[in-house]
Ligand binder design. Structure first.
Ligand code: WQD
Length: 345
């Protein structure tokens, strides 16, 4: 029996694949590589010393998705595949709705056809919209402030309807806060296309000399230093949360949402200073206008995941910064960097 990982070549997907392989799962990766690199999977194979099937397939390609299920004995799906850039989703909403929602409908339709009812879905804290209070619990009101966030919210609702229609389904909705960091080897990590939207990859590209300085989006928020506060979580902790959720969906039925965060918030300036301490690199920055759509403060109450999944984030901000820098310094051009590690083989 295998675990199908859609979007397994991505930042969180590749780290989860390593965890699955090291836990002796058989995995199959489905990815269209529209926002990821096959190189990431080569490095997953090397790091885990395990092999696995890869299907270069788009979830919108129903016939080929069906073929993946026809050819393999799949017991569960971890579904990462999806577009996730907030700003881009505002520019091309139809592309986001079609890609993320239709792709998920096709996937779950085919899962149902083959009697596969175990699903871990990559959701996001963005479904909380502008939270009334923090820390955020899973029962708080849901809303979305952009098309990307609305695709996540709509997919959660579609999956809830799916469970109501057939209670054989066993679904975990994992609401990530702000994933950063990288595998300790520095061989896999976050490799965004173009200029990074997110804070940490922007910082690491300044540190490695690709960008000049960080634009700090606003210093007039009602936070201790005026800059935005977020719950940063190490991608390795996040990957482990997926394995805990997989164990849960395999052993029960129902649908449950879980916050995957540390429960601690850090401001933009705190992250910049933590990164400087962890990397020894000076990070230039400039305070500029707020970014449209940003919220003041967002951090998790992660106690439901601790109670029901037996999962708790373990890595602190120093380790997140150190591992982010280790990845970027070894891979200044991301996966386009020729890795000395492989050249020496
Ligand atoms: C973090 C903080 C910015 C960049 C987004 C998505 C969310 C999820 C995680 C997918 C904020 C500030 C950022 C920069 C800055 N993705 N910042 N200068 O916006 O919390 O969440 O990524 O699920 O859906 O919305 O993350 O890293 O963009 O911003 O000052 O160049 O850093 O204002 O306070 P965000 P982020």
């Amino acid at each position: 029996m295998s675990i199908l990982v859609t979007g397994g070549a991505g930042f969180i997907g590749s780290h989860t694949c390593i965890d699955l392989l090291e836990s002796n799962y058989e995995i199959i990766v489905l990815d269209n590589f529209s926002n990821s690199s096959p190189e990431a999977l080569d490095r997953v194979r090397t790091l885990s010393n395990r092999n696995f099937k890869i299907y270069d397939v788009d979830l919108l390609d129903r016939e080929n998705v069906d073929q993946v299920f026809k050819e393999n004995d799949i017991e569960a799906v971890i579904h990462f595949a999806g577009l996730k850039a907030v700003g881009e989703s505002v520019q091309i909403p139809l592309h986001y709705y079609h890609n993320n929602i239709t792709g998920t409908v096709i996937l779950t339709h085919i899962m149902q056809k083959y009697g596969v009812y175990n699903l871990v879905f990559s959701s996001s804290a963005t479904v909380y919209g502008i939270p009334d209070t923090v820390p955020i619990t899973e029962d708080m009101p849901l809303s979305a402030t952009n098309p990307y966030g609305r695709t996540k919210l709509m997919i959660e609702q579609i999956l809830s309807d799916l469970y109501v229609s057939n209670n054989k389904w066993s679904i975990a909705l994992l609401r990530y806060f702000n994933p950063i960091g990288a595998h300790e080897s520095g061989l896999i990590g976050e490799d965004p296309n173009g200029i990074p939207n997110n804070l940490m990859p922007y910082i690491t590209q300044v540190a490695v000399g690709k960008l000049n300085e960080v634009n700090v989006f606003g210093s007039d928020y009602s936070t201790p230093d005026g800059t935005g506060v977020r719950d940063y979580i190490h991608v390795v902790d996040l990957a482990r949360g997926h394995l805990k959720a997989l164990e849960k969906v395999k052993s029960s039925s129902g649908i449950e949402a879980y916050n995957l965060g540390t429960g601690k918030g850090y401001s933009v300036l705190e992250v910049i200073h933590a990164f400087e301490n962890a990397s020894g690199q000076k990070i230039s920055y400039k305070i500029v206008e707020r970014r449209a759509g940003d919220i003041t403060e967002c951090y998790a109450d992660p106690t439901k995941a601790e109670r029901e999944l037996g999962w708790k984030a373990e890595k602190g901000i120093e380790e997140m910064c150190r591992d982010s820098w280790n990845w970027q310094s070894k891979n200044p051009e991301g996966y386009k960097t020729e890795s000395k590690f492989f050249l020496s083989r």
